[in-house]
Ligand binder design. Structure first.
Ligand code: FES
Length: 330
């Protein structure tokens, strides 16, 4: 087993003897541009900065400083590569696109599933867990988590059009199948550019589930070797709009645990403090010094969870949430 270091993204992944670098990167969830997988199209080109590597097309060693195709290269030692096409968290620059609305359908009493098709999808990069804005004419941008994995062709959103969320209701009213809308993506640093080398705890409140769905579906495409535990908190049973999907992950993926947390089940004031969800996460008894936590929900829930977990021993850098970026604490 050798270690590969990709620059400038500063991403690392292991590669087993006999495996090519492209396959090994994909198993860790690192997105390297790929097409022919045979050393012909040159889309997976990188440059060898240090270490020893073998060109498997001609069985010749690759000199330091030379270009190589990751799909036709094996590592003979730990190596460092330069590949500008691989992006780390936060390195994708948001861009505006016109997206076609493929489908809008209600998946609960107030949540809509929206499917968008982007032109030249292969050229649009984002990481699992990022979000986009829908930019309607004469309205402020409206932000939604991307609920689909970067590996999927179309982009899926879960939009909650509750009566007290006027801007989201406007977006739903404006979306008609077949129409085009303006979107900007990707946004957000609480995402995964590669599968982390530690267990994951995912905590979602309400439609925060969308972000977790993108992360889970991405992790399922990698060779993730650790456990994943998803806590999903809602006010009422009927708000858990894709419970059967989360349960299916639980039933089919041995490393995955789903813990539903429903306000109805306990006589508490869910809207006040989200205590029930935080208590459920704390009670899971994880080794907080060695997990990565991703949280999506209201600032009140996210900060109360972060405080509780850091007090329990979670290192500060191991807690990721977009809330820390868009609603920083004073
Ligand atoms: S994928 Fe075509 S050269 Fe590697």
């Amino acid at each position: 087993m050798h270690r590969i270091h990709l620059c400038p993204a500063d991403l690392r992944f292991p590669v087993a003897r006999g495996n090519d670098l492209l396959s090994a990167a994909a198993e860790t969830g690192i997105r390297v541009p790929v097409a022919c997988r045979n050393g012909v199209c040159e889309i997976c080109e990188a440059r060898l900065i240090s270490g020893q590597a073998l060109n498997t097309r001609n069985q010749q060693p690759i000199p330091t400083g030379e270009r190589l195709m990751m799909c036709r290269t094996q590592a003979l030692s730990d190596i460092e590569l330069e590949i500008p096409a691989v992006m780390a968290t936060g390195m994708y620059q948001p861009k505006v696109y016109m997206a076609k609305v493929v489908d809008v359908s209600a998946i609960s009493h107030d949540v809509h599933r929206v499917e968008l098709k982007l032109p030249r999808r292969r050229d649009v990069g984002f990481h699992a867990g990022q979000y986009l804005s829908v930019n309607l004419p004469d309205a402020d941008p409206c932000y939604f988590s991307i609920a689909s994995s970067p590996a999927e062709d179309n982009i899926v959103l879960h939009i909650q059009a509750a009566p007290d969320w006027v801007s989201a209701q406007k977006v739903i009213d404006a979306l008609t199948s077949g129409e085009e809308i303006m979107v900007e993506l990707p946004h957000g640093k609480a995402c995964l550019a590669a599968a982390p080398d530690k267990p994951l705890v995912l905590v979602a409140a309400g439609t925060g589930f969308a972000q977790m769905k993108s992360l889970v579906e991405y992790l399922k495409t990698t060779n993730f070797r650790h456990t994943v535990k998803l806590f999903w908190g809602v006010r009422k049973q009927e708000d858990m709009y894709l419970r059967s999907l989360a349960q299916q992950w639980h039933d089919e993926w041995g490393a995955f645990t789903f813990v539903p947390v429903i306000g109805d089940d306990e006589d508490n004031d869910w809207g006040g403090h989200h205590d029930q969800l935080v208590r459920a996460v704390l009670a899971s008894g994880a080794d907080w010094s060695n997990v990565e936590v991703h949280a999506s929900g209201s600032p009140a829930m996210v900060y109360s969870l972060m405080d509780a977990l850091t007090e329990a021993g979670l290192p500060e850098g191991a807690f990721l949430s977009d809330v820390l970026e868009y609603a920083p604490r004073a």
